[in-house]
Design a protein around this ligand. Structure first.
Ligand SMILES: NC(=O)C1=CN([C@@H]2O[C@H](COP(=O)(O)OP(=O)(O)OC[C@H]3O[C@@H](n4cnc5c(N)ncnc54)[C@H](O)[C@@H]3O)[C@@H](O)[C@H]2O)C=CC1
Ligand SMILES: O=C(O)CCC(=O)C(=O)O
Length: 525
């Protein structure tokens, strides 16, 4: 039975969904890294929020793990390169908490403008300090949104509703989308120069880390207010402290910190700072959304093979999964065949999808072809890391599409170029679900692939079939199917034979020594 660990506090809906789908689930929250490392080897799936750090060390100990699901958006607590290299799919739930987080950013902007947290504490202290808490209006002010994706665009939409002017910096924001949102797209320095409020909504990457630093703060309007509900690492906290003390930054509202949990921080205790403990996603609605989504996505992946919101492999919807299944089998056969007969270094791989195959979601098919092609060389390859491994080995992978039907209604052709030659192998589906190899090296045939195959290339001369049948018969090896093809003019023939058991080294040697035989390869699928 498939087994999943939920290692962070999550809505009970996640565990319910896993159980309803027949997935065994353990909920062990608050574990130390050592405790997690000691037990992770038992699990096929790991569901986390932000507290669990799925480091390279944890991943190395996760010998059965197939999927890590993040019930949330940011995956900076998961070492994705390590997971990819280990063939573990990493998924998040990109939309489930976006509205909630955007609402938190807006709430933080109000709190900052009207000193709500400090005024609340003072009032309940019996101080009635009306003049101390003079605020500022949002109306007519300019909000600069840095990162205008899911959350940033909801923040922009809400701010437009508050009659703010919204400007945005996001290299990937199209002019059409900016217009649709009612925001003005700016370069970063222009945003700094114009914004009264700046709200951060980017992931943490090499280009966003420390984006709020002394140099950039100096470019901002004096008295700017900053809201960070994205990630603490976007802000150099020491530089922000200096700016808050000088008044260059009039106030900062922070939900996230360089080090979390932030039990202490150099920004704590400043009058003009509002803080929350990474609460951006903490509403009933968002937590139910992300828990349901992560449990469904992980169960689908583990039980059906469908892939949704993966960060390191192509998506396959639940509807596509059954339709793709026979193609996945065919792709594995083509890649497996080519991988087992190719003896020298592969330089490039070309995959042509023709007819009905050209209309499919071919990304997973390409992944499985590469996986099966390289599997004879390594144990650790799977669909998740196949593209990465090919790239690391300098193998150039190209795909082409032709939706016209040629000789077959649907066809996948795989061409492998090595230092010495280019070899083609093609396959189709008979009756929509039965994979058949239809061409090897330009020689037509219609071969069904079984677990044990023998691939023989020989001179097209009489006597070979009988001789081969006798050798296999003498060795007690039953022939299940026998497929032949030949290049008439060239006198070259191939045989693809399904046998019921593997051949011994001696029998293989005898086959190799038969007259007219050029090459003999046992193949396993
Ligand atoms: N405080 C909290 O509890 C939560 C925090 N988050 C954080 O919010 C972040 C944003 O989430 P979403 O909006 O869903 O992500 P998203 O991927 O939809 O949007 C991020 C946007 O940032 C833009 N971007 C990337 N690099 C940039 C750069 N150098 N400069 C400007 N823009 C850049 C991207 O083009 C994209 O449009 C997450 O990565 C996560 O870290 C998310 C949910 C809850
Ligand atoms: O799970 C949480 O509370 C944090 C959410 C978050 O930061 C995210 O989804 O990126």
């Amino acid at each position: 039975m498939v087994k999943v660990l939920i290692s962070d506090k999550m809505s009970p809906r996640a565990a319910e969904i896993f159980r309803d789908r027949g997935v065994e689930v353990d909920e062990l929250t608050g574990m130390t890294p050592e405790e997690l490392k000691a037990c992770i080897g038992e699990y096929d799936g790991l569901a986390v929020r932000s507290a669990t750090k799925a480091t390279a060390e944890i991943i190395a100990a996760a010998t059965n793990l197939k999927v890590i699901g993040r019930a949330g958006i940011g995956v900076d607590n998961v070492d994705i390169p390590a997971a990819t290299a280990a063939g573990i799919c990493v998924m998040n739930t990109p939309f489930g908490n976006a509205i909630t987080t955007a609402e938190h950013a807006i709430a933080m902007m109000f709190s900052l403008s009207r000193h709500i947290p400090a005024a609340n504490a003072s009032t309940q202290d019996g101080k009635w300090e009306k003049s101390k808490f003079m605020g500022v209006e949002l109306y007519g002010k300019t909000l600069g949104v840095i990162g205008c994706g899911n959350i940033g665009s909801i923040v922009a939409d809400r701010a437009v509703g508050l009659k703010m002017k919204v400007v945005a910096y996001d290299p990937f924001l199209s002019p059409e989308r900016a217009q649709e949102l009612g925001v003005e797209k700016l370069e970063l320095d222009d945003l700094f120069a114009r914004a009264d409020y700046i709200s951060l909504h980017t992931p943490i990457t090499d280009s966003t880390r420390n984006i709020i630093n002394a140099k950039n703060i100096a470019k901002m309007k004096p008295g700017v207010r900053l809201i960070n509900c994205a990630r603490g690492g976007l802000v150099v906290e020491e530089d922000l402290k200096v700016a808050l003390e000088s008044g260059q930054v009039a106030g900062a509202a922070l939900d996230v910190y360089a080090v979390e949990p932030a039990k202490e921080n150099i920004l704590f205790g400043l009058d003009n700072v509002v803080t929350t403990p990474h609460l951006g996603a903490s509403t009933d609605e968002a937590q139910v959304n992300v828990a349901i989504q992560v449990a469904e996505q992980m169960s689908d992946y583990l039980l059906v093979g469908s892939v949704t919101n993966a960060l390191n492999m192509p998506s396959v919807t639940a509807e596509e999964a059954p339709k793709l299944k026979p193609y996945m089998d065919l792709a594995a056969q083509l890649g497996g065949f080519a991988g087992q007969v190719t003896e020298s270094g592969i330089k490039s791989v070309r995959i042509d999808y023709e007819g009905a195959a050209a209309g499919l979601n071919t990304k997973p098919l390409t992944s499985i072809i590469i996986q099966s092609l390289l599997a004879p060389l390594m144990d650790s390859i799977n669909m998740v890391n196949a593209a990465l491994v090919a790239k690391e080995r300098g193998i150039d992978v190209t795909e082409s599409y032709n939706d016209r039907e040629e000789d077959y209604q649907t066809l996948i052709r795989l061409s492998i170029t090595t230092e010495h030659q280019t070899r083609d192998i093609s396959g189709t589906l008979f009756g929509d679900d039965r994979p058949r190899i239809v061409n090897i090296k330009g020689i037509n045939m219609e071969a069904e692939i079984g677990p044990h195959m023998l691939y023989v290339t020989n001179k097209d001369k009489p006597g070979f079939i009988g001789a081969l049948g006798s050798v296999l018969g003498d060795a007690g090896v039953n022939i299940a199917t026998f497929h032949l093809g030949r290049h008439k003019g060239a006198g070259e023939a191939i045989a693809l034979i399904e046998i019921d058991s593997e051949l011994s080294a001696e029998t293989l040697d005898t086959v190799r020594k038969l007259p007219h035989v050029d090459q003999v390869k046992p193949l396993n699928f």
